[in-house]
Design a protein around this ligand. Structure first.
Ligand code: HXC
Length: 510
């Protein structure tokens, strides 16, 4: 028996070495952890149970029969994050560059299936070069099996991808179908085809960083939801994110007891809105003051900064915050902001996370660049997302809510459950100046008359009361009471029930 146990330990030891000491050192020299080290940081200490440690590929071409490594380039299993279960797979770059063989794909599919059945999130740590070139179509088939499971799991269990090395081909398509993608600055890249192929096909010369580094994907393509300085920071932040998410769509968002009183009044909020309607202020200050302990996990911080999205808690329960940001482009809605917020709203709705929306929006951004870029369709995404969402929706209009953007931002008409406005709110078709220029065009030459008309328009429409008179606003609240009011509303809505008509699925304007 002793020998059998010893053999098990030896086999385990060999598998843990992956591609060997030299490749592990090369990984460390680049500032990267190995697959197993990453899992250790991600999960609660000692909680990881590995599956499929001895799986080997079955390829024979190109001398592969003699090159077998236990585990075949991916470490799979499950463990806990703050005591709650998650499934995890981590690509091992030291083994054939983490590339995906048929057997490697089967390991991932197995835990995807387990996660879906158990109703538990799945986290993929990527550091891999795509399909295993030596295996050809068997690897392509393997990827498609993984993709199919990504799609079936979408909206059922949270799927999170962390890009921690150079990733190409299927190792970017699978993450693209998950809920969130995070990257590590300076060591991770995502591209469908790498710089060499780009050079051959388009004759462009680009570095990996220029083609698919974290700056590109967090600021321009919006493929990634955030980036961190190193592996450890990224993994610790993923632990934080998991703490906000329910295990599956069958569960409610988790609760974390807090000492932060729900009734906390923030008198400084009464001074947040500047005297001039043209002056910006930072909407993140409001989020920080409303959320428990100011704790806010921002999603897509560096993209479309004119809208802010992310998770916080109120009275211990997770909420999704969506807020126009007056500091950037006056908080206008453009195509990028609409796409960003629409995806976030849909995630919250999939996973029973109430949505708290702070509105200060001068409208949709005019211009040919936006119109040619499909603003109508992108704007409609956000409208569609809010309108279809059945989770509790609390809206607070702090200042401007103009035009179509008023409708879009979780208005009463889109089944907003509780719609508040601050006394500084201005709800109108457009700003007073623009409105007067159109309806009093004939008086355009008379500056005094126009000034008078503008004042008249402001007095009539630039307040929350016209909307409140119609019942579009449920209550005009004091800014300092915002947290207390929102907390009360959320408590009231805990048992909210609302269902959309049966359908196979909707046809959101993609
Ligand atoms: C087999 C691979 C591999 C692959 C890397 N390796 N990618 N082996 N199949 N796809 C191996 C290398 O041979 C090398 O082995 C080791 O991994 C490390 O690779 P390096 O090239 O030395 O590392 P680096 O310079 O850091 O470059 C990493 C890389 C590059 C950018 C990922 O290796 C690369 O471009 N690989 C190919 C990417 C690709 O085109 N994949 C196919 C995509 S198609 P040794 O033994 O020398 O250490 C695809 C289809 C899916 O995925 C369908 C999607 C819809």
């Amino acid at each position: 028996m002793k020998e059998i146990l010893q053999e098990l330990e030896q086999r385990r030891g060999r598998a843990r070495l992956g591609g060997g000491e030299a490749r592990i050192e090369a990984q460390h020299a680049l500032g990267k952890l190995t697959a197993r080290e990453r899992i250790e940081v991600l999960l609660d200490e000692g909680s990881f149970e590995e599956y499929g440690m001895y799986v080997e590929h079955r390829a024979t071409d190109f001398g592969m029969a003699e090159r077998k490594i236990a585990g075949d380039g991916v470490v799979t299993g499950w463990g806990t994050v703050e005591g709650r279960p998650v499934y995890v797979f981590a690509k091992d770059f030291t083994v054939f560059g983490g590339s995906l063989s048929e057997a490697h794909a089967e390991k991932i599919c197995k835990i995807q299936d387990m996660a879906l059945k158990a109703g538990v999130p799945i986290i993929g740590l990527y550091d891999a070069g795509g399909a295993r070139i030596q295996e050809g179509v068997a690897a392509l088939g393997g990827y498609a099996e993984v993709f199919q499971r990504n799609v079936l799991a979408s909206g059922v269990i949270p799927q999170i991808s962390v890009i921690m090395g150079p990733c190409a081909g299927g190792d970017v398509y699978s993450p693209a179908m998950t809920d969130f993608i995070f990257m590590v600055r300076g060591t991770s890249y995502m591209f469908v085809t790498g710089p060499d192929v780009v050079k051959t096909v388009t004759n462009e010369t680009v570095t990996p960083e220029e083609l698919g580094g974290s700056v590109v994907h967090t600021t321009r393509s919006a493929i990634a939801d955030g980036a961190y300085d190193n592996d450890v920071e990224a993994l610790l932040e993923i632990r934080r994110l998991v703490g906000f998410l329910p295990l599956s769509n069958r569960d409610s968002a988790p609760e974390r007891p807090t000492l932060d009183p729900a009734q906390r009044r923030e008198m400084s909020l009464d001074r947040l809105i500047p005297d001039s309607a043209h002056k910006p202020y930072d909407i993140k200050e409001l989020i920080a003051m409303v959320a428990d302990d100011g704790d806010f996990f921002e999603i897509q911080r560096d993209f479309a900064r004119n809208i802010v999205t992310g998770f916080g808690r109120i009275e211990g329960s997770t909420v999704g915050f969506v807020a126009n940001q007056p500091m950037v482009l006056a908080g206008v809605l453009d195509s990028d902001a609409s796409r960003k917020a629409a995806r976030f709203v849909r995630f919250c709705d999939c996973f029973n996370i109430p949505i708290v929306t702070f509105v200060d929006v001068p409208g949709f951004l005019p211009g040919t660049a936006q119109e040619y870029g499909g603003l109508i369709k992108h704007g409609a995404k956000l409208l569609f997302a809010y309108a279809e969402a059945t989770v509790p929706k609390i809206t607070v209009i702090t200042r401007k809510a103009y035009g179509g953007a008023y409708d879009v931002m979780a208005s009463k008409h889109l089944r907003g459950d509780v719609n508040y406005a601050w006394p500084s709110a201005q709800i109108a078709v457009m700003g007073a100046k623009g409105a007067v220029e159109i309806i009093y065009r004939k008086e355009a030459g008379d500056a005094d008359r126009i000034a008078e008309r503008t004042k008249e328009y402001e007095a009539r429409f630039m307040s929350p009361f016209v909307a409140a008179e119609r019942g579009y606003i449920d209550e005009v609240i004091m800014p300092h009471a915002t947290r207390a009011r929102v907390a009360r509303a959320l408590k009231l809505l805990r048992r909210k029930q609302l269902a959309n008509p049966w359908k196979k699925h909707d046809n959101i304007p993609l």
